[in-house]
Design a protein around this ligand. Structure first.
Ligand SMILES: *Cc1c(COP(=O)(O)O)cnc(C)c1O
Length: 379
């Protein structure tokens, strides 16, 4: 499909190209000094003690669950309104995800009341997801977790560069997980990052990232080690120097690009009120500093979403849905959500949500074009 305005677009230029070439010419491609520098720069941006780069955020979430000690038989509370990887990571460990509702149609992040309703004796952790880069109510969630002895993992796949009370999203819980997939607000193609302030958790994450080995190929190349032990059942979830090199450049542009996204969102909000007042706009007021990863809108109740999206497509404007809720997927039917807390708000909005194009290079003229198409599609 030849979109006039795509849903998203990457911001790659000469700097990313030069960074990749430099790695190729260095002749050291696997995890090494570029990755170490990327990790240092990322942890400085977030404000965490440790950052551990991995091959994607799904791997990050899996390692986060393992490092927090989640085991078969445990329950982990997760939102249903998220990408399926959030819940899959729990299932990789043999634990069971239990789905919580979101706050309201104006705040699509996990609800503390709903978390409370999901709590059982088996609950071991909560995974929150900062939808669209908008902060969950972390002070309340952390207080609740502390009271009940639960770990908190942040799925920060949308929220690189976002913050709450001046504190980076991803650095509130025990572990934060970021994605650098191609459609995220900073990208390396495939890639991910873990952050934590806990030295023991960081050690476990580093160990599990590379087969549970005590020394890396890089250490041996540096002449620091001859052999190694394997101390746990680990994985190969490593990133490589090419991806890390792209990540360093993307990180240097992140604040600026998030601000460009913010501008487009401000213009969207203004025009929507004027041209399509029956549409609900979540997060018009929100906590903290968003990364503005995506721009979700909610069609009026009883509206025909498919027809709306088809009308937008006829204008060559790409839209999407975030998300088909996980508890409705076939692969999740066996978990029997019916025995669990109801999810009335998620159920109410799932057929109404549409995501409009958003990326740093989206111009004022583009936003106007999208809004005129929305107005037409609504009439
Ligand atoms: C993209 C995404 C993931 C998975 O990220 P990958 O890097 O593609 O594995 C997990 N959770 C959320 C909310 C996402 O949007």
């Amino acid at each position: 499909m030849d979109w006039l305005i795509p849903l998203g677009d990457v911001d790659f230029g000469a700097e990313e190209e030069a960074a990749v070439l430099e790695v190729l010419r260095s002749r050291w491609l696997t995890m090494g000094s570029v990755t170490q520098t990327f990790e240092k720069e990322f942890s400085a941006m977030v404000g965490s003690r440790h950052a551990i780069a991995v091959n994607n955020a799904t791997a990050a979430l899996h390692l986060a669950c393992l490092a927090c000690g989640i085991r078969p038989g445990d329950e982990v509370i997760v939102p249903s309104l998220t990408f399926v990887a959030t819940a899959n990571a729990v299932r990789y460990t043999g634990a069971t995800p239990v789905f919580a509702d979101v706050v309201s149609e104006l705040d699509l992040t996990i609800s503390v009341q709903s978390i409370e309703a999901c709590l059982t004796e088996k609950t071991r952790a909560i995974i929150v997801m900062h939808y669209g880069g908008y902060a969950c109510d972390m002070p309340s969630i952390m207080a609740f977790a502390k009271q009940h002895g639960l770990a908190v993992i942040e799925d920060a796949a949308h929220s690189a560069g976002a913050a709450l009370e001046g504190r980076g999203l991803g650095s509130w819980g025990q572990v934060g997980c970021y994605s650098f997939f191609s459609n995220k607000n900073m990208t390396t193609g495939e890639g991910g990052m873990l952050v934590t302030d806990d030295d023991a958790i960081a050690g476990r994450l580093r160990n599990l990232r590379s087969h549970g080995m005590t020394a890396m190929t890089w250490d041996r190349h540096q002449g620091h080690a001859w052999s190694y032990d394997v101390t746990a059942l680990g994985y190969n979830y490593r990133i490589d120097e090419i991806h890390s090199a792209i990540g360093r450049v993307q990180l240097s542009k992140l604040a600026h690009n998030n601000a460009r996204r913010a501008q487009a969102v401000a213009q969207y909000n203004e025009l929507l009120l004027e041209l399509a007042p029956s549409i609900t706009i979540p997060f018009q007021s929100h906590r903290g500093l968003s990364s503005y990863h995506i721009f979700p809108i909610l069609l009026p109740k009883g509206g025909d979403r498919l027809a709306f999206m088809e009308n937008m497509k006829a204008e060559r404007i790409q839209t999407s849905i975030h998300y088909p809720p996980i508890h409705k997927f076939s692969a999740y039917a066996e978990l029997d959500q019916s025995a669990r807390a109801p999810l009335p708000i998620t159920e109410d909005i799932v057929d109404r949500e549409v995501t409009l194009p958003l990326y740093p290079g989206l111009s004022e003229k583009d936003v106007l074009t999208v809004m005129q198409a929305v107005q037409k599609a609504m009439s």
